[in-house]
Ligand binder design. Structure first.
Ligand code: SDX
Length: 380
């Protein structure tokens, strides 16, 4: 069945692709809710694993349920030696998102049974992916420096352990808490490109490792999760507050995108950007100031002055990089960190899709020719 041209929306803008109860965004009010709970509540009072449990299993866990989930994940943090050996062959110049996509897909080689109707298989896959993705990101970071992967530290919680695996130093408790909140903020965001990618892949009934590998590949793009890395590179390129105005004016004149701004849904400041800005300021007061923050503030002021009429405001990627930089995290790990958090949302949508599955197969508006002749190559 071919659609009519008027039904076609580039990028499926505004077209519902599913019915979901996982999260809700009000782009005009700047509201984000996970299972009905405002993101500000979860960022302030919850933890990333508690929020992941809420997203994936649909309810806030009891103390016992949360403890069980935390221990389950702790026991599954390590990755198979064959995957570590495979990662040692990756070029050190490769992007960590490509390393993550490859190693996430490789997990599927060890768990290839697709028992999607077995709740224990589903539960195990959720735990394995939540537990191993951070270890794989940190392992590649060590290996590309010629080191062995740092073993997970079972004394540390989820967020602190990841920072530990990057540096082999136990992180400052404030830094670990700030990082945990960043993971909560990035965990889920309705039907964004990488979540949609996960849903389409899930709808073919393939395994969850392939679903996550699809989503990682989608998240990597600079218009999506890759923007946080681009923002830091942009702030470094601007270099001073005085250079902000010429930078903005040149980008607008040439209709070039300013990274970290704009959103398909938010037409006001992304509520996550507001919380990340507060976290950045908290870190600066405890760990020292970051001169790029002044540039970021001036950039936000000028872009809002010139583009607010188009609904262009900071999105989640604008301040996250400043937080990660202050935590000593290398710029090219910013998007893999986005992936670590978003695995929770992808798995929640994977489960929701399986519950009412119908394979995604949209239609098109055909714009090509009909009855075209085959011209022999000698005559072309
Ligand atoms: C994420 O979907 C999600 O929920 C994603 C996410 C999540 O949690 O999963 O929130 C995470 O991906 C955040 C977005 C990160 N990307 C960036 O920061 C890259 C820069 N942003 C843009 O590329 C853009 O804003 C998008 C891709 C985010 C949204 O693009 P849309 O909705 O397709 O907007 P559009 O291309 O239709 O632009 C509308 C107008 C255009 O101007 P006109 O042609 O109408 O004159 O706004 C302009 C655009 O030129 N515009 C920008 C701009 N973004 C849009 N102008 C300058 N700088 C920008 N960043």
């Amino acid at each position: 069945m071919t659609a009519t041209f008027c039904e076609y929306k580039p990028g499926l803008e505004g077209i519902p692709a599913t019915k979901s109860s996982i999260s809700h965004v009000d782009g005009n009010q700047g509201i984000l809710e996970y299972r009905g709970i405002d993101i500000k509540e979860l960022a302030e009072k919850g933890s990333f694993l508690e929020t992941s449990y809420l997203l994936i299993w649909g309810k806030l866990p009891s103390q016992e349920e949360l403890r069980e989930f935390e221990i389950d994940i702790l026991f599954h943090r390590r990755i198979k030696y064959r995957i570590r050996d495979m990662m040692k062959c990756f070029p050190e110049s490769g992007h960590p998102m490509d390393a993550l996509q490859t190693s996430a897909a490789a997990l599927g080689l060890f768990y290839s049974r697709r028992a999607l109707d077995d709740p224990e298989y589903i539960r195990k896959a959720v735990v394995r992916l939540m537990a191993k993705i951070p270890t794989m990101v940190a392992a590649f970071h060590q290996m590309r420096k010629g080191n062995d992967a740092i073993k997970p530290n079972d004394e540390l919680n989820y967020a602190a352990n990841f920072l530990y695996m990057l540096t082999e130093k136990e992180p400052d408790p404030i830094a670990a808490k700030v990082f945990d909140v960043c993971l909560t903020l990035h965990a889920e965001h309705t039907i964004n490109a990488s979540t949609f990618s996960a849903m389409v892949t899930a709808s073919t009934l393939t395994d969850p490792y392939g679903v996550v590998a699809s989503a990682v590949g989608t998240l990597a793009g600079p218009l999506h999760g890759g923007a946080n890395e681009e923002v830091l590179l942009m702030l470094e390129e601007i270099g001073s507050v005085a250079n902000v105005r010429p930078f903005v004016e040149e980008h607008i004149a040439k209709k070039k995108r300013i990274m970290g701004f704009g959103h398909r849904v938010y037409k006001v400041k992304d509520p996550r950007a507001t919380i990340l800005q507060e976290l950045a300021e908290k870190l600066f007061s405890s760990m020292g100031y970051d001169r790029y923050y002044d540039i970021a503030l001036e950039l936000e002021r000028l872009v809002s002055e010139k583009l607010a009429h188009k609904g262009i405001y900071p999105n989640v990627d604008f301040y996250s990089g400043l937080v990660y930089r202050k935590l000593g995290i290398p710029t090219d790990l910013f998007t893999p960190i986005f992936a670590i958090a978003r695995v929770a949302g992808w798995l929640a949508h994977w489960k929701e899709q399986l519950a009412v599955n119908r394979i995604f197969r949209p239609t098109q508006v055909y714009a090509g020719k009909h009855n075209a002749p085959y011209i022999p190559i000698a005559e072309r």
